[in-house]
Design a protein around this ligand. Structure first.
Ligand code: FEO
Length: 396
């Protein structure tokens, strides 16, 4: 349980959670676990920036103790009150005794409701600074990145941004820096994190990033509260956030997501995929019972478009399709090009329901739905192939 020195007098003192497989209830799969990052900044005075999830408090204290006695810490900065970062605060405040707890005004109520322990809390606002004796922490409120009380801390002299959840990834590893790990896994986890947590907040993300960039702060390192620290070209993740927020950075991929009752909708999905492929784009095939909903949303982030298919049952979608439609409605992939397809026997309610969800998600439906009664004939499969080609042309 060693601390990791990430810059002069800055130590990572967080915890690594290799076991966690779901986050935010069961809505987000964490195949690679996660980390809860806390940072110790040591000057004449010392600040602990963020804490860890409650069950990991001892791991954090063990790392801190290798740097200094925890009771010598002067300040605790709470950038974000969600429990994965604040859960250890009751134990932190108990052991640190006289430490001051700093957070935004909006965080006070949230912390008090989570932990009615009667702490003496000091509030900070954008531009406020804390002097640790030649080392300066400056605060920037970041409402809705991703909670109303969220805040970034900036270590002025070392040019390190500590933005809590922003720019994080759920990725547990013994490495601490993004340039040390498998880049495919790293970027997939960063995309998945944006898609599942920040996508519906894209306007606020764009506004806050543009505001921070306008300040012209030199940023040598970005140390988020989950996953790896960005030290090599740290602004690359910022640029990607801006692109994702604007719906840019699209790759030549089309996502085809479906479920089927007796195979007819699968036949349609495969014919559509061949059409997409022959039009020059790559179809990503995701049969819902065998695909993970939060991975599907990660795939969607940089896809040019999505086709969602379902057989009709009881004049509605198959129940397995419902979580995907729910994600489309709440994550709001605004402007993403989309269409619906599926087979039916008498009523054809599935495609109508899929389109309703796409509309609620503010997606752009670019084609009338493709529907087939009972089992698709050769002519209907040819039409599905052409449908895929036409969809690809529309999203190019
Ligand atoms: Fe990592 Fe919003 O908590």
């Amino acid at each position: 349980m060693e601390p990791i020195k990430i810059a002069d007098d800055v130590y990572w003192v967080g915890a690594i959670d290799y076991s966690i497989r779901t986050f935010h209830g069961f809505s987000y799969s964490t195949h690679h676990g996660t980390t809860y990052n806390a940072y110790l900044i040591v000057g004449d005075k010392t600040a602990l920036v963020d804490a860890v999830y409650g069950p990991f408090a001892e791991e954090m204290f063990a790392r801190i103790s290798r740097v200094m006695p925890p009771s010598d810490i002067d300040y605790v900065i709470s950038n974000h009150a969600e429990m994965d970062h604040s859960g250890a605060l009751p134990e932190v405040m108990r052991r640190l005794g006289n430490a001051e707890l700093l957070c935004t005004k909006r965080a006070v109520d949230v912390l008090q409701k989570h932990y009615p322990d009667g702490w003496d809390i000091q509030t900070v606002a954008t531009g406020d600074e804390l002097d640790l004796g030649g080392k300066t922490l400056r605060f920037y409120e970041a409402p809705m990145l991703h909670w109303p009380e969220s805040m970034f801390t900036y270590y002025v002299e070392e040019e390190i941004l500590l933005p809590n959840d922003a720019f994080g990834q759920h990725y547990a590893t013994e490495h601490r820096f993004a340039d040390e790990v498998d880049q495919t896994v790293l970027w997939h986890e960063a995309e998945k994190y944006y898609a599942n947590i920040l996508w519906p907040l894209s306007r606020q993300v764009q506004r806050k990033i543009e505001e921070v960039l306008k300040l012209g702060l030199p940023i040598r390192m970005i140390a988020p509260s989950h996953g790896l620290i960005w030290r090599k070209d740290p602004l690359e993740i910022v640029k990607r956030y801006l692109s994702w927020a604007k719906g840019e950075r699209l790759q030549d991929k089309v996502l085809i997501v479906w479920d089927t009752m007796w195979g007819s909708t699968t036949k349609l999905a495969r014919a559509i995929a061949e059409g997409v492929r022959d039009a020059g784009l790559t179809p990503l095939m995701r049969l819902i019972p065998h695909s993970d909903r939060s991975d599907i949303m990660a795939d969607l982030l940089e896809a040019r478009g999505i086709l969602v298919g379902s057989s009709t049952v009881h004049n509605d979608i198959l129940p397995t399709v419902a979580p995907i439609l729910s994600d489309l409605e709440v994550l709001k992939p605004v402007g993403k090009k989309a269409a619906a397809f599926g087979s039916y026997g008498w009523g054809g309610g599935a495609v109508r329901r899929i389109q309703e969800s796409m509309t609620r998600g503010k997606m752009e439906i670019v084609m009338e739905p493709l529907t087939v009664k009972w089992v698709p004939s050769e002519d209907e499969l040819r039409a599905a192939y052409e449908y895929g080609q036409q969809f690809a042309e529309k999203v190019k």
